[in-house]
Design a protein around this ligand. Structure first.
Ligand code: APR
Length: 252
């Protein structure tokens, strides 16, 4: 165990209100590519052409065909990895209060985490642009692109596209959690997209300790974060959960 992992175990043990802010990097080891950096989706596709609400409304068939169909294929088969499970294990020890996630893959919920704030919505649901009826993504068939509602309206994912506001409830809850926590784990995010990337700033301004887990530094490193544990979230988070359980006298 590295010194920084030991330091994180000590900091988490001493903390009373731990919140995790997660990004695409936490799901990379579940087979879901990140958006930026090596193998990132935005290396292949222009997010403004495929993930902006204006581009979706202009040509829903193109966005469904090129972006959403691929996302569905990957998310349908993805399973929680050691990092998602470690956060669940921390919750069971009373050492994690909530997860603010930028991800729409539902893997934190699948791992058993109770309080997940889906900052960018969820891919698990689609809704009709015309009548608002919602559908479970797994239930819709993609033989017809874009898929339509019984009322013939076009369906869209219940995710936040670029150019859209963060849902009010998720924004409010995230701000409360960020301001009330005394430790924030920032796992697998490039910390580029606002306002999600501002949550660690709010936490720090309220005196919280900020620990980053990422193979590489971000704009938070050495500025907002107390320290960066460099590496993959799966192995780092598993080691942290293992040590916390040992200290709590729980079987691994
Ligand atoms: N473990 C931890 N972190 C990892 C791993 C890993 N195994 N692999 C990659 N990373 C890190 C990368 O170094 C990078 O910093 O995860 C981060 C992924 O960054 P992004 O792809 O930009 O993902 P994210 O920060 O969640 O993007 C924010 O942008 O496109 C929008 O809506 C989309 O929610 C997304 C938002």
């Amino acid at each position: 165990m590295t010194d920084l992992i030991k330091r994180a175990v000590d900091d988490i043990t001493a903390a009373n209100h731990v919140v995790a802010l997660t990004g695409a990097g936490i799901s990379v080891e579940s087979g879901i590519p990140p958006f930026r950096g090596k193998g990132g989706l935005w290396e292949k596709l222009d997010p403004m052409e495929f993930a902006h609400i204006d581009s979706f409304m202009r040509d829903p068939a193109k966005v469904w065909d090129i972006l959403i169909r691929e996302m569905k294929g990957v998310i349908d088969t993805a399973k929680p990895n050691d990092a998602h499970i470690a956060l669940y294990r921390m919750q069971k020890l009373g050492k994690l209060q909530s997860v603010i996630t930028q991800n729409v893959d539902g893997l934190h919920q699948s791992a058993g985490v109770a309080d997940v704030i889906e900052f960018h919505g969820t891919f698990a649901r689609q809704f009709c642009l015309k009548c608002g009826k919602t559908y479970e993504t797994g239930m819709i068939n993609l033989t017809q692109i874009p898929p339509t509602c019984e009322c013939t309206g076009i369906l869209r994912p219940d995710c936040v596209f670029f150019g859209e506001a963060i849902p009010e409830n998720e924004m409010a809850r995230s701000q409360v959690e960020a301001s009330q926590c005394d430790l924030m784990l920032v796992i697998g995010t490039s910390a580029i997209v606002q306002p999600a990337a501002f949550m660690p700033v709010i936490a720090r301004e309220n005196g919280a300790k900020i620990i980053e887990i990422n193979p590489e530094p971000t704009s938070l490193t050495n500025r907002i974060s107390d320290y960066l544990i460099e590496g993959g979230a799966g192995s780092i988070m598993k080691q942290i959960a293992d040590e916390l359980e040992k200290a709590a006298g729980h079987a691994k």
